[in-house]
Design a binder for this molecule. Structure first.
Ligand code: G3H
Ligand code: 13P
Ligand code: ZN
Ligand code: NA
Length: 283
């Protein structure tokens, strides 16, 4: 069933587990997510970035995700990932997304509050949940020094003010994760998660979660992370399966034959994440 992001995350927040938010660009990914969620009896969030929506078309992604959600026996939210543009956010809401992220994290605190507050007012008016970002979650290519850490990681006092003034439903925090694959092992600032959770008492979001070791993920959930974004690990499972299939069957040209095994591989990764996040059986 199609539900709001808030409904899914509030339950996770109250019960101390996390829900996977998996990025999609195509039909096989939507199906892999829904099949895994049903098999695991897990709530789930299907999310698309602006790049994903540009690739597939917002209507295509929205309609595929809605069909999947409406047919599903588990709660499903459809979410815009890293929305940076008012028009894009409105277009997603118009097309039936039940949750949006407004990412104004590159701006000053004041400007981030102003932009986020505006989106919250519009989205809440039509029952759509809002995630915002405070602090800067980089890519794994950005090498962050210890000094930069304080400048880019989420400040707990600023977070408290941010949530109070904007009314966001959940907050993405910068605590040492990064988008894309890691070179070494990521080091998370667990104390920071703990302090932010105590101050805010709302669902917290971890971005860049592909490549983060299971023990770190579990510890982060124990401290208050309730939404975990995964993109790269699914892309890699897709790539590996397609590469293997083509290597073993160089003359096969039927897209169904080529993409079918990749769907199974993505489903497997997603189901493993659901187990790791402790969302299995929560639907
Ligand atoms: O946060 C970024 C997501 O992994 C989406 O990436 O902009 O390449 O679709 P993308
Ligand atoms: P990864 O690609 O590292 O999983 O990050 C995904 C993400 O944070 C999407 O918003
Ligand atoms: Zn992200
Ligand atoms: Na990552």
């Amino acid at each position: 069933m199609l539900v709001s992001g808030k409904q899914i995350l509030q339950h996770a927040h109250e019960n101390g587990y996390a829900v996977g938010a998996f990025n999609v660009n195509n039909m096989e990914q939507v199906q892999a997510i829904i099949e895994a969620a049903e098999a695991m009896e897990s709530p789930v969030i299907i999310q698309a970035s602006q790049g994903g929506l540009k690739y597939a078309g917002v209507e295509y992604i929205a309609e595929m995700a809605k069909v999947a959600a409406q047919k599903a026996s588990v709660p499903v939210a459809i979410h815009l990932d890293h929305g940076t543009n008012f028009k894009q956010i409105m277009l997603c809401i118009r097309n039936g997304f039940t949750s949006v992220m407004v990412d104004a994290s590159k701006h000053s605190l004041e400007k981030n509050i102003e932009i986020t507050k505006y989106i919250v007012e519009a989205a809440h008016a039509v029952g759509v949940s809002v995630e915002a970002e405070l602090g800067k979650i980089g890519g794994t290519e950005d090498d962050i020094t210890v000094d930069e850490k304080d400048a880019t990681y989420t400040d707990p006092d600023e977070a408290e003010r941010f949530v109070k003034e904007t009314g966001v439903d959940c907050l993405a925090i910068a605590v040492g994760t990064a988008h894309g694959p890691y070179k070494g092992e990521p080091k998370l600032d667990f104390d920071r998660i703990k302090v932010i959770k105590e101050k805010l008492n709302i669902p917290l979001v971890l971005h860049g979660s592909s490549g983060v070791p299971e023990a770190s993920i579990k510890r982060a959930i124990g401290l208050g992370i309730n939404k975990i974004n995964i993109d790269t690990d699914i892309r890699m499972a897709f790539h590996k399966a397609v590469k293997e299939f083509i290597h073993n069957n160089p003359d096969e040209y039927d897209p169904r034959m080529i993409l079918g095994p990749s769907k199974q591989a993505m489903k497997q990764v997603i189901a493993e994440k659901m187990q790791m996040f402790d969302s299995v059986g929560r639907a």
